[in-house]
Design a protein around this ligand. Structure first.
Ligand code: ADP
Length: 448
């Protein structure tokens, strides 16, 4: 096992990794930017090192500063969390050449599966179902038009290096396609420094269902059930739950096996997620692989009684996973609400600022993954997530009732949050019936 891990991230996920390190008896080092100086979770790490100013390009995304911190603190592994450098193959390579374990997949696996066009190429090769579209980057408007004419409108133009819902445009006709093609390209160039885009069929009103995978270096490939992340705004997840309301044991097995087929084809080790879209007839289509731990991993932990961060660390250290596929059983129901510092009444404008008062819900089946406390100021430099409120209950209806109760208890004062929107969702008939789709929030709930 490692003796010391550096956490190349911030906020709630840094704290989540600190907790796993504590339980494993591994020391941990947190790096932080000037905007995060004095953040409460830093006290819980064994060491904390400032790596630069607030802008992430000069701190959390600066590989040389992070590697200097790793050298000074003499760590033997780096956990990248999610976002920032977590899916950066070059960073994984720098770690490898410095003799430091990267707690994530190999640079080769990241290159193969982290890029959407190359992942589509692998998926096509091993027979994982996909939406009609292309497996290579599309260079010109003319080419995009030809592909769209072949597969039929609507289509979606997506950045190959995309993430976080950016670099994506839906087109219902040729004019929108040409416009969307140029917009997606320029957005991708800015966000990902890579303007490659591709085109696939756009599915109307699908569900987003993803498979959590965890793999060790001894050939133990495991999927820990699915998460349903259909409640989104601007292609960003708001609420996640497990199991999916549409799931059957047969569909879960098929989707789980499809995900593992891809992982095997890429020699994948550690945690990863295979995202699918599911249509109204329960056909599923590969969308992308996230080659890292995801924000919503705790819902899978709750229904499968696993600790995915611990499992990730064990796998990176070359140890065997403490479970295999036959041990993983999905039981009960878990829901996660992402509480963001945003104003739902004001077009979800980010509301960073000082939190004056906090009351965190508790009681049976409630989990709160967050780094905030009263007096803490949410910096404006990073994403607006304040915390993740999770509940676990024997069945879905009890989980919804429990989430409503927990949201009603919650007090976060001084900033606006998405708590009122979540309360509305938990009382929404369509959500309760389990019949929502990925555009439901924007096209129906918020349009009411
Ligand atoms: P990102 O990497 O930016 O998160 P994804 O490929 O995961 O992008 O897609 C994010 C969301 O965009 C999906 O959950 C879904 O709501 C929507 N989406 C993506 N591709 C399609 C498609 N082909 N048809 C319909 N919706 C799609």
């Amino acid at each position: 096992m490692f003796s010391k891990i550096l956490i190349a991230n911030r906020g709630e996920i840094a704290l989540r990794v600190i907790r796993a390190c504590r339980e494993l008896g591994v020391r941990c080092v947190c790096v932080f930017s000037e905007a995060d100086r004095g953040a409460p979770y830093l006290d819980l790490a064994d060491e904390a090192i400032c790596i630069g100013p607030a802008p992430s390009a000069k701190s959390y995304l600066d590989i040389s500063r992070i590697m200097s911190a790793a050298e000074i603190s003499d760590v033997d592994a780096i956990h990248p969390g999610y976002g920032f450098l977590s899916e950066n193959a070059h960073f994984a390579e720098v770690c490898r050449s410095s003799g430091i374990a990267f707690i994530g997949p190999s640079p080769e696996s990241i290159r193969l599966l982290g890029n959407k066009t190359s992942a589509r190429e692998v998926a096509g090769r091993v027979g994982v179902p996909m939406l009609p579209g292309v497996k290579e980057n599309v260079d010109s408007e003319e080419q995009a038009i030809e592909i769209a004419n072949n597969i039929g409108y609507p289509v979606i133009i997506k950045a190959a290096a995309g993430g976080g819902g950016r670099g994506m445009r839906v087109a219902h006709n040729e004019i929108a396609l040409v416009q969307g093609f140029l917009q997606a390209k320029s957005e991708a160039a800015i966000a990902f420094k890579d303007d490659s885009v591709y085109v696939e069929k756009y599915l109307e009103r699908p569900r987003h269902v993803e498979i959590q995978m965890i793999v060790d270096s001894h050939g133990n490939f495991v999927y820990c059930g699915e998460r349903d992340c259909s409640l989104q705004r601007r292609h960003q997840k708001l609420v996640e739950e497990a199991p999916s309301p549409i799931m059957t044991p047969e569909l879960r097995r098929k989707m789980g096996e499809a995900a593992l087929t891809l992982a095997k084809a890429a020699n994948y080790v550690t945690a990863g997620t295979c995202e699918f879209l599911v249509d109204s007839k329960n056909n599923f289509y590969f969308m992308e692989v996230n080659t890292r731990i995801q924000v919503e991993h705790p819902v899978s932990e709750l229904v499968t009684r696993t600790d995915l961060i611990r499992a990730q660390i064990l796998a990176a250290a070359g140890e065997k996973l403490p479970f295999s596929q036959s041990d993983v059983e999905v039981r009960g129901h878990a829901i996660e609400c992402r509480i963001n510092a945003e104003d739902p009444d004001n077009d979800f404008r980010p509301c960073p600022g000082k939190i004056t008062r906090v009351f965190i819900p508790g009681g049976p089946g409630v989990r709160w993954d967050s780094h905030i406390e009263a007096g803490y100021t949410i910096p404006s430099n990073y994403d607006s997530m304040v915390g993740k409120l999770l509940v676990f209950a024997p069945d879905r209806m009890q989980a919804i009732t429990r989430m409503k109760r927990a949201l009603q208890e919650m007090r976060i004062e001084g900033i606006k949050t998405t708590v009122p929107l979540h309360l509305r969702i938990m009382s929404d008939k369509r959500f309760i019936d389990g019949t929502v789709h990925t555009s439901y929030i924007e096209k129906e709930l918020l349009a009411k």
